[in-house]
Design a protein around this ligand. Sequence first.
Ligand code: WT7
Length: 683
Amino acid sequence: MIPDKVPQEDVYHAPQDLVKGAHVPNFEKYKELYLKSIQSPEEFWGDIAKDFFWKTKHTGKFLDYNFDVTKGNIYIQCMEGATTNICYNALDWNIHQRNLGDKVAFYWEGNEPGDELKVTYRELLHQVCKFANVLKSVGVRKGDRVSIYMPMVVELVVAMLACARIGAVHSIVFAGFSAESLFERIMDSQCSLLITADGFYRGDKLISLKLIADDALQRCRDKGVPVEKCIMLKHLSKEQPDSPAASPSPPAKRPCPDLQVPWNPEVDLCWHTLVDGASEECEPEWCASEDPLFILYTSGSTGKPKGVLHTVSGYMLYAATTFKLVFDYQPDDVYWCTADIGWITGHSYITYGPLTNGATSVLFEGLPTYPDMSRMWEIVDKYQVTKFYTAPTAIRLLMKYGSAPVQKFRRDSLKVLGTVGEPINPEAWQWYYSVVGEKKCPVVDTFWQTETGGHVLTPLPAATPMKPGSATFPFFGVVPAILNESGEELEGPSEGYLVFKQPWPGIMRTVYGNHQRFEATYFQKFPGYYVTGDGCRRDQDGYFWITGRIDDMLNVSGHLLSTAEVESALVEHPAVSEAAVVGRPHPVKGESLYCFVTLIDGVAYSTTLETELKQQVREKIGAIATPDYMQNAPGLPKTRSGKIMRRVLRKIARNERDLGDVSTLADSSVIDQLFNNRCPTAV
Ligand code: WT7
């Protein structure tokens, strides 16, 4: 499974000073631990569990499960009999056991430069306890679902941890989602409470969040399922007379005369007023291992969003361990993950992973491009960030503007760089590695999903020789396989469906309210396996390369091509910053390739360039992959988490105006532009 030897040439190694103190310092150690994690999970995870607080210890098997639909219901059960509380582990335990009360938990950096705040572990605990008491006072009990629709502020972390403390189940909805999306998620999870904020700025744009939340709440009422209460944080409107002076966030630096804050006295409650009188002490609710911790909706490529459910103990161990080992967390680190807490990346690697390790993190409200292209590096310099985690879409966006904005600031504090969300094309990897990390920082390309709870294929920074674009090898406890269409496991170099053969502690337990959908989506196609939905290639050295979602694969004259492969070949051209490829029906070949290319800032589109690009793909991949159509795409349709919506591009390639559900589209203005720029020969 894990190769005996990994290549030492044509790969990238971590610098010696990182290797020296690393938790997993070399590939031998990784292999040894990996074997132990598979052969004796009880012992492997048992050692890790010793660092956590358990009210009662587990009695049953460490992991009990059925992964085979033909043998009965799918279930995964971790640490039966144990009771704990993840909020207690993240805060109280660090304060009392590890003496971290005065350590900074978060440096909050607002949308406006200069808008900042720091919160220690002790301060965070007090805020969380107060808010947990508020939740109880408005009637929230263990097991109740609470929707959270908030910007990236410390109070979002406070709200989620307060839920976890009392055993309530949070369902965070990314604050960029529409009223309809919020409504749909509230209805599906049957929430009794919504927590939101008045509004926030995303760059220059004012978002009146309460207005959108009210719209969603009205839709619930219209359906006859009213949400009882709505707690609103004043984030922008602190100057209003009734706001208590001692509110946790500093006043926003920017005036917001257009902010609309409707108020319904029968439903709405003010965060600050409630918190003001609440006690700073709140005994945690001791939860069973398999009690639900949170629901997080993932849209997948089609259909209505699925409420991915994660439970307490397994998720806690997995988020904490992946954070510690994949970023090689050290006590003096300043860690920064640029994701939004509304995504799983933020749940696992802003809140739960870092806090259970007692880490100091940056929590950033703004955009990488505001007020200018240097913002990220300015923040890295300001807080002396050591471990940095972002997405390929952000890297490619910044690449478009060249290295000057990066080099305006010092980045010598950086030690490990991470990426997640999509396959990272080698070109972007190289830029990240050389320009951002100055060839001194390993790049951890972490493959995982909302469903997996934490990293499942990933390098460990000091142990794994890296290949640009490969997520390398499995994390501890994870057993991947590659299957062909008939469900046979492929050995050696091969390409097919990426599946997992057994659970790890952090895997999702069910789709909330619809276990049957859980089984049908992930376990039906290949009985005995968890099916990721991603394509994957294993090379001659045993490295795993994600080739993208199976639904996006192209079939040209009977040859399956991955979008990632063709896109990567296009992006290798110096004029191209981003590319997306889709199939267009072809009478002879079945499908032909239609490519959308975004150019580097300042480069003009031309037919000469088009010819060069077609030639380049032909050379890199082969004649079979020669694109038939190509168009200039100054902007691509992306979801709010930055994933390219190839489904929409397929319609544009076919000149079909009915785009279906585009509610998850981040910026709909790109659509007209794309239709106007269509390739003239694609009639
Ligand atoms: C899908 C999961 C997990 C947090 C962010 C996305 C793609 C994710 C990688 C990577 C290639 C990746 C896969 C996966 N993906 N990371 N390192 N290399 N592809 O969570 O929204 O649940 O999306 O993102 O296609 O299935 P998500």
